[in-house]
Design a protein around this ligand. Structure first.
Ligand SMILES: [Zn+2]
Length: 295
């Protein structure tokens, strides 16, 4: 089994089905470490980044960005992920330290930690108006919410499976991944029935990953009995495009008065990138320079 994150894209059943599957252990673990996430938060972010990076592959244009966020009234408050169509993804959790009792089936209670709320998908297509779709949260477990979103908001019957396995001892992510399977509008009844049968007997993404299976294997299980054509393989990475310049421009937008308050504190200011938690320190002299350009 390879330890590099990647995803595959496939079609099946004479192109009546399109499918995506990914292994995302490295990027999920990177996100966990960067943000110091609790196991529930690591599971939520890992699942959402996995779903979002696969959805990124549904966009045609290389400059398009997709953001998926879940906002809820639970203690985790929310989780957000952003991806491009080149396999880069980043994200964060509003309350990274959330801890809760396991749910009734003994699993990390991601749905309970998010609570009731909404799932929003924002597709940013450069200069054009962004496309925004929103649905209420279905269960807060992420995969079911994305399934509900595709069916409700995009009228594309879909099945999404996502899984993140967090080690109990050292709390690191030891497996992560998922799949998205979608029916094309011209799919016939036989194809639909057969796919539903396969999904009905599918165990779980984490079981499959734990057994050392690859994304290709996962799709062969979900699409058992169909002829599958793998059309693409994409490397996946946790990637943040923040830099000093971007952070100082964000600081300019905070406004002259707030920058003044920081200067009056008399010590350098440390700012963290929301997405990757990288720290940027600004000296008083640098803050003075930024203030000159601020409004
Ligand atoms: Zn960053």
């Amino acid at each position: 089994m390879s330890y590099k994150d990647y995803m595959v894209r496939a079609t099946a059943g004479n192109a009546q089905i399109r499918a995506f599957a990914a292994t995302t252990k490295e990027l999920a673990e990177y996100g966990r470490k960067a943000h110091g996430l609790s196991p529930i938060a690591a599971a939520a972010l890992g699942r959402l980044m996995t779903g979002t990076v696969m959805m990124g592959q549904m966009m045609d244009d290389g400059s398009d960005m997709i953001t998926v966020k879940m906002d809820g009234d639970g203690p985790m408050k929310g989780v957000l992920a952003t991806a491009d169509n080149k396999g880069n993804v980043k994200g964060y959790v509003n309350n990274p330290y959330v801890i809760m009792e396991p749910n009734a089936s003994g699993h990390l209670n991601v749905g309970g930690a998010i609570g009731e709320g909404s799932l929003t998908v924002i597709r940013d297509m450069g200069l054009k108006e962004p496309y925004v779709g929103q649905v209420p949260l279905y269960s807060g477990e992420v995969a079911e919410d994305l399934t509900y979103y595709f069916t409700k908001s995009e009228q594309t019957p879909s099945s999404v499976g996502l899984g993140v396995l967090v080690e109990r001892e050292n709390l690191s992510v030891i497996a992560a991944g998922g799949f998205i399977v979608q029916l094309m509008p011209f799919a016939d009844e036989q194809t639909i029935t057969h796919l539903e049968f396969n999904l009905g007997k599918f165990s779980s993404v984490t079981d499959i990953l734990k057994a050392g299976k690859s994304p290709e294997d996962m799709l062969k299980i979900v699409l058992d009995g169909f002829d599958i054509e793998f059309t693409d393989t994409v490397d996946l990475n946790f990637y943040c495009n923040c830099d000093r310049d971007r952070v100082s421009r964000a600081l300019m937008l905070v406004g002259k008065k707030e920058i003044d308050d920081m200067i009056n504190e008399g010590k350098p200011v440390e700012l963290c990138c929301q997405f990757c938690n990288k720290k940027y320190s600004f000296s008083i002299a640098e803050l003075e320079e930024i203030k000159k350009k601020a409004k």
